[in-house]
Write a protein of this length. Structure first.
Length: 133
């Protein structure tokens, strides 16, 4: 079993929760986001900020949005979608790891997905979540 730093993440999470700052975001943007240390196979963040890139799929208001986590490699499968290069590395969206996120978790914006790639990502996400139409 892999040892996870739940205590370190808990301290970081307390600071995030108390922070008054909420960056302004838009759909299609790619941000480093403090996803934290999670249970089982849920996607963890990495490094001192416990962060990883996410694509903002849908903004609901200034406080929360729906996003999908990215991994730094090209993966093939029904729960992965290649988004191209992010910070000079091939990246894939992990469709099974889409979730609602508070804007306080956003660290820094690193890019914007091409409109056609974003449209295809949304179609792939819809198919992964709700099956064939």
């Amino acid at each position: 079993m892999i040892k996870k730093d739940f205590d370190g993440w808990n301290e970081k999470k307390k600071n995030l929760h108390g922070s008054p700052s909420k960056p302004f975001y838009h759909e299609r943007e790619i941000w480093w986001c403090s996803l934290g240390v999670n249970i089982g196979f849920e996607q963890d963040g990495t490094g001192k900020n416990f962060d990883r890139p996410v694509v903002i799929v849908r903004g609901f208001n200034k406080d929360v949005f729906f996003a999908v986590a990215l991994i730094g490699k090209k993966k093939i499968g029904k729960y992965y979608f290649n988004v191209g290069k992010v910070e000079e590395k091939e990246a894939s969206a992990v469709l099974s790891q889409a979730r609602l996120i508070d804007a306080k978790r956003l660290v820094r914006k690193i890019g914007v997905l091409d409109e056609s790639v974003f449209s295809d990502l949304k179609k792939a996400l819809n198919k992964a979540l709700f099956g064939e139409k």
